[in-house]
Design a binder for this molecule. Structure first.
Ligand code: B12
Ligand code: SF4
Ligand code: SF4
Length: 385
């Protein structure tokens, strides 16, 4: 086989497209162009509790990619589409159901995408003796910025990398290599938002504080996925029925009209219980049920306590008394995170039985934070009467 750089690139592109990888671009292995914007974002505390993002060793890698791979010459940025179907609005807007970001309807993308990238890396190793490192969603690389520099799309005001022909339902991954493949893009795409600001207006929690500026402390995606602790009480009512991630700032984007269904069958939801499961079913899950149901899904990374925390908030927002008999046993759950959010949900629903149960639990509760939640719920109930 002709191993000249151009032929190698063409063979690589061909392999990538056969693996269902929608876009591929190659850039010089230089630091991300907007590294300074990232450092300002951290300095402003907009990363919330994701402390790993500010770790000195991670910052050192972002500033100098040869710390990751000695002799690195190129970054190959790759995108994998995860857009599958548009579910009926009546289903996902039903407040008795939990809403899940569309990237989590099927299989966990991390392993699947990593395997594809490793396949491409092995190909370059065989053909050109390349050494390589694979990245998918790891905090050490600014994936959007490198993908932008590689010509994979523009950065929208909603922070997402958007391709003008496929929208933004794209996962990003990278291969760092120590061979001089041809660079595919001279000039990255300029922003194409124009005067539009739909995403900023639509964000229910005000997390998009400005164009290209996201405050993780308010973002539903952060609050329901990365956040390991309680969801701030003031934000809970704004979460609606989102129980894992949030797609709103992408759904409203006019560039999404060009989205293309992915050929990756593993991302398609097996049935409607994956798209918008019943909250009353979910609140009953024990450890074994949770594992059985979500083992191959990104939701499994959350673990049961955080997931049921989110479910309890959505039930509180639904506010239907039908949930009370299924919430009450969860006041005794072994996870304080669940007990505290269940107390809040019960307080939102109200009623004499709820008041009695919360009072009883207030006496026996040993966790200080849960006790505070019960007291706050009782105080709200008192005000409502
Ligand atoms: C931390 C993190 C989060 C945090 C913070 C998100 C954020 N906006 O910063 C939280 C938990 C909130 C989150 C949410 C989501 N995330 Co996330 N997340 C990450 C992670 C691990 C790091 C991102 C980061 O460093 N953020 C800090 C900000 C400052 O950096 P940035 O978002 O990359 O923005 C860069 C560019 O915007 C550029 N820039 C800044 N200003 C300007 C101005 C112009 C004009 C230009 C051109 C560029 C530019 O500089 C920034 C720094 O380099 C990446 C993976 C990775 N290692 O990159 C995934 C990643 C960004 N997430 C991803 C996804 C899919 C999501 C969600 C859609 C999931 C969901 N549905 O719930 C939401 C989207 C929320 C949103 N609107 O951004 C994808 C994005 C794919 C895409 N097409 O953009 C990534 C790349 C993971 C992956 N491998 O696919 N995420
Ligand atoms: S993901 Fe949701 S909460 Fe986060 S910025 Fe977008 S619309 Fe706002
Ligand atoms: S909704 Fe409008 S402003 Fe936001 S990213 Fe899309 S085009 Fe840009």
């Amino acid at each position: 086989m002709d191993t000249s750089a151009a032929a190698l690139l063409s063979a690589l592109q061909d392999r990538a497209s056969r693996l269902g990888l929608a876009l591929l671009g190659v850039t010089l292995a230089e630091p991300a162009p907007h590294l300074a914007a990232y450092e300002q974002w951290l300095a402003a505390g907009l990363h919330a509790d994701m402390r790993y993002l500010a770790r000195p060793d991670r910052l050192a890698r972002r500033r100098d990619l040869s710390v990751i791979l000695p002799g690195v010459q190129r970054i190959i940025s790759v995108a994998l589409s995860y857009y599958t179907v548009d579910p009926p609005a009546a289903l996902v807007n039903d407040p008795s159901r939990g809403r899940i970001s569309n990237y989590a309807w099927g299989a966990d993308y991390h392993d699947l995408f990593t395997a594809k990238l490793k396949g491409l890396g092995e190909f370059l190793a065989e053909q050109a003796g390349a050494h390589y490192e694979v990245y998918v969603d790891t905090g050490a690389i600014l994936e959007r910025d490198h993908a932008w520099a590689a010509g994979l799309g523009f950065i929208g005001k909603n922070n997402c990398l958007i391709h003008p022909h496929t929208g933004s339902y794209l996962f990003l991954g990278e291969l760092l290599v120590d061979i001089p493949l041809p660079v595919t893009t001279e000039t990255p795409l300029p922003n194409r938002c124009g005067v539009c600001h739909r995403c900023l207006d639509a964000c229910p929690t005000g997390a998009l504080i400005d164009a290209y500026q996201l405050d993780s402390r308010r973002c539903i995606s952060y609050l329901t996925i990365e956040n390991k602790g309680p969801i701030p009480r003031s934000l809970r009512p704004l979460l609606g029925n989102w129980i894992y991630g949030c797609d709103i700032c992408q759904q409203v984007c006019p560039w999404q009209r060009f989205r293309q269904p992915t050929a990756e069958l593993a991302f398609y939801p097996a049935d409607t219980t994956r798209l918008a499961p019943s909250l009353l079913d979910l609140i009953q899950l024990d450890e074994a049920d949770f594992r059985h149901r979500f083992q191959r899904s990104p939701i499994y990374r959350l673990k049961r306590a955080r997931f049921l925390r989110n479910v309890a908030v959505a039930i509180g927002n639904w506010g239907n008394p039908a949930a009370v008999p299924l919430l009450l046993p969860r006041l005794q759950d072994e996870a304080p995170l669940i007990r505290g959010h269940v107390a809040w949900a019960l307080g939102r629903i109200g009623g004499a039985i709820v008041q009695y149960a919360l009072r009883k639990q207030a006496v026996r509760e040993t966790d200080r934070w849960v006790k505070e939640e019960i007291d706050a719920a009782l105080a709200d109930l008192g005000r409502g009467q």
